[in-house]
Design a protein. Structure first.
Lengths: 215, 215
């Protein structure tokens, strides 16, 4: 069985959990308590030299890192149900949307980056909040614009079933709420998020429903 | 013909240029002078609401954004020569490596982030240099560890021909040098970079060989 190293609140681990659920894949969960620095311990960095979650052990000593690479591997090795469209153009739009979040928003809200801001750079709580609001809004406003441009307004980002874009959007919306960022004007984003909130795969992947959840 | 919106110094545009060259694809180049803020103008944001380069117009009003999504689209629509391996595990390793750079290093050295640091947060030149050194070293040290773990030491990251990992590594090494970050100890990284520097597709994609290059 696959062994998944994650943390309830990590949005990149949250993405993987949604995909496991959508594809009906079982996995053994190995919690990595980020708040205690477990990701920097020798046991974990032997698996993942980047000291970030998630990591996925897939057997025979092979370990996958980086959530989007894990999602693509899941899609290639367990194709049904698909989380990417059938034609290259749709797939490019789904991947582009996912990367707006994964490559431009999430890295700037990462725990280690926030620690650098408040620690090394001496930013105060107000400056940290302004940083988070600035970058989360910038990214989610791009998501809103991309959703508004769709030819057809589907319940999920790119179709009638959830896929890669939804998998990345929902954890980012969760983070925005957690950090107190106002996104009440982003109506397309909120409509997709509400649709996903009714889907069992998303409900079971929610941080509050994980064994390592702590309030 | 495809119309490519980029900037000579942008490492995400640099990635796309390498892939165009490897696959022998012609494109029309539309420069977006980031230093003048052209990416925030109405003409460009109509194409790309994120106001970042690159963007790729592929005809019939369709525009692709985000470099890794563009690279995957190129691979799916122009498969030969391949920039990803044949089996899911190799592809997952290549994508994971690429994302260490694209999702964890590059976003933190982006012009808009550096401007926020020195502008809004009032960081000095020394603090900006320390930020760059910290994040570029962290990412490239991970790349070094991943290369050191390969079962077989191939001339390129994952094989005898260049692929997605090399496409992301070379522009990041270029950025490290530009920002004065010492990476002289990262011998696996430097060996791959030197191999790529002898490859015509990489030479022609180099920032100094672009029509919009400015010293």
């Amino acid at each position: 069985m696959m062994r998944f190293h994650g943390y309830f609140r990590s949005s990149s681990a949250y993405r993987c959990r949604i995909a496991f659920n959508l594809k009906g894949l079982d996995y053994e969960f190995a919690p990595v308590p980020l708040k205690d620095g477990a990701q920097r311990g020798a046991a974990y960095t032997a698996l993942n030299p980047q000291a970030l979650v998630p990591s996925l052990e897939i057997g025979e000593g092979e370990v996958l890192i980086q959530s989007l690479a894990i999602l693509e591997w899941l899609e290639e090795s367990h194709p049904e149900p698909a989380i990417l469209g059938r034609d290259p153009l749709t797939r490019a739009k789904e991947r582009g949307f996912a990367q707006v979040i994964a490559c431009e928003v999430h890295p700037l809200q990462n725990l280690r980056v926030l620690n650098y801001l408040t620690g090394t750079l001496g930013a105060g709580e107000e400056q940290k909040a302004a940083w988070l609001t600035h970058w989360l809004r910038a990214g989610l406003e791009t998501c809103e614009a991309l959703l508004a441009r769709r030819g057809e307004k589907t319940p999920f980002c790119y179709g009638d079933a959830p896929g890669l874009a939804d998998i990345c959007l929902v954890p980012q919306v969760f983070s925005a709420r957690r950090f107190g960022v106002d996104i009440s004007d982003l109506t397309h984003v909120l409509a997709v998020d509400a649709e996903c909130a009714r889907h069992d795969a998303f409900v079971r992947a929610h941080p509050e429903n994980q064994p390592d959840f702590a309030a």
